[in-house]
Design a protein around this ligand. Structure first.
Ligand SMILES: Cc1cc2nc3c(=O)[nH]c(=O)nc-3n(C[C@H](O)[C@H](O)[C@H](O)COP(=O)(O)OP(=O)(O)OC[C@H]3O[C@@H](n4cnc5c(N)ncnc54)[C@H](O)[C@@H]3O)c2cc1C
Length: 380
């Protein structure tokens, strides 16, 4: 079986690791990504707030050393799901099974004024550049603002606001600063009322202004105001923005998308095309766009491909669950376990912030890097 995996993020890395470990040389696996290496989403925040360095959080794909996985660093230019044929800068690829794990691309230019007057911190480059801006910030009005939906890791803007508070406090700048959080959601984490309540209490305690059900549609660079979709305006000295998300252009042109994302069977992750699967942020499977969900979906696809290879009935199905760690600042992390199942109300179980959970979060990252890259690593 020739398995072609497009995208070496959470989904692609988990899938290739599982297949390579459990099927050995029986399959030919090709993994393609345009980037030289992997960076966790949460590492972007750690770099931005000066807790670690860009080099320390970069995991080079050259370290994915498995004899039966060929990693190719190249940009994919076209995908034909009917023939499972892929064209890339380095040549063409054909597969018996194609898995699309290309994530969501970010488009900061889609928000007027964001690039001139603000910082987007969702791309690797944007977050690393924001570190310099933060290092030179002398206090003032800070906005953490979301510019469109859907967006990755819905808790991340709340974490950013809390980490911003600590950052300013440590530098003696909190008294001379204001922090506002602008989010399209009605509560910080809608499936978990307990997590939302804890976050709202933390915002209130720290004097962080919470603006729910609002979205930033642009920045006015001259007046230094954020223009909200409902007509409101908020002044800022520093704007940290979550940019527009969309599928990579190559996916949009593949004919796989409906309403902007790839629809999949919510239990099996199969697309409408035979032997073509899609996992993670690139899909409209119904779970939030986050690494933990991408990883679990990849694991289901791995189970099903392993069963197929062993000529047994594929039993594994996707259950829509995931665990998110929430940075509360003050060296404390909370945990929420959420479930999104079609036909059911999403729900979540919340564990209060603690130092013990900081260790759990660290192990979450460490264990992935050990499994995917075969090396030791600690997040910071
Ligand atoms: C600030 C921040 C904090 C976050 N914190 C968390 C967290 O704590 N927990 C969590 O679970 N999630 C978190 N996330 C979300 C998480 O990073 C993503 O949801 C996750 O990476 C999605 O996995 P994926 O496999 O679908 O796609 P990705 O990991 O985005 O991988 C897609 C890959 O496809 C490649 N690619 C795209 N187009 C092409 C092309 N044309 N040619 C070749 N390669 C291409 C990209 O280079 C990329 O490596 C966070 C995100 C951000 C921005």
């Amino acid at each position: 079986m020739r398995i072609l995996v497009l995208g070496a993020g959470f989904g692609g890395l988990e899938l290739t690791t599982r297949l390579a470990t459990e099927l050995g040389d029986d399959v030919e696996i090709v993994l393609i990504d345009r980037a030289p290496g992997f960076v966790f989403g949460f590492s972007k925040l750690d770099v931005m707030f000066g807790r670690t360095t860009a080099d320390a959080v970069h995991h080079s794909y050259s370290e994915v050393v498995r004899p039966n996985v060929r990693f190719v660093q190249t940009t994919i230019r076209s995908i034909d799901p009917a023939t499972r044929h892929v064209e890339a800068d380095s040549g063409s690829f054909d597969a018996d099974v194609l898995v699309i794990a290309l994530g969501a691309d970010l488009d900061p230019a889609a928000t007027p004024g964001l690039l001139e007057a603000g910082c987007e911190y969702y791309t690797v480059e944007g977050a690393f550049a924001a570190r310099e801006v933060l290092a030179g910030f002398r206090g003032g009005r800070v906005i953490v603002g979301v510019t469109s939906t859907p967006f990755k890791c819905p808790p991340a803007p709340s974490e950013t606001a809390l980490m911003m508070h600590d950052f300013l406090l440590e530098r003696g700048l909190r008294e001379s600063s204001e922090i506002a959080l602008v989010m399209p959601l009605p509560s910080p984490i809608p499936p978990s009322p307990a997590a939302s309540q804890a976050l709202l209490a933390a915002f209130a305690e720290r004097g962080i202004a919470w603006h729910p059900e609002r979205i930033v549609r642009g920045l006015d660079p001259q007046r230094r105001v954020a223009l909200l979709a409902d007509g409101g305006e908020l002044e800022f000295d520093l704007f940290l923005g979550v940019p527009t998300h969309r599928v990579p252009a190559v996916v949009a042109e593949s004919g796989l998308c409906v309403d902007g994302w790839i629809p999949v069977d919510p239990l099996t992750l199969e697309t409408a095309f035979p032997d073509v699967y899609a996992v993670g942020d690139v899909t409209s499977v119904g779970t939030p766009k986050a690494g933990v969900f991408a990883e679990r979906q990849a694991s289901v696809v791995a189970d099903r491909l392993i069963a197929r290879h062993r000529a047994t009935a594929p039993e594994s199905t996707y259950d829509g669950t995931g665990i998110c760690y929430l940075e509360f600042g003050h060296h404390r992390v909370a945990r929420v376990e959420v479930t999104f199942r079609s036909g059911e109300r999403p729900n979540g179980r919340f564990e209060d912030p603690s130092e013990a959970l900081l260790a759990d979060k660290s192990e979450f990252g460490t264990s992935r890097i050990r499994r995917w890259f075969g090396k030791q690593w600690t997040s910071y």
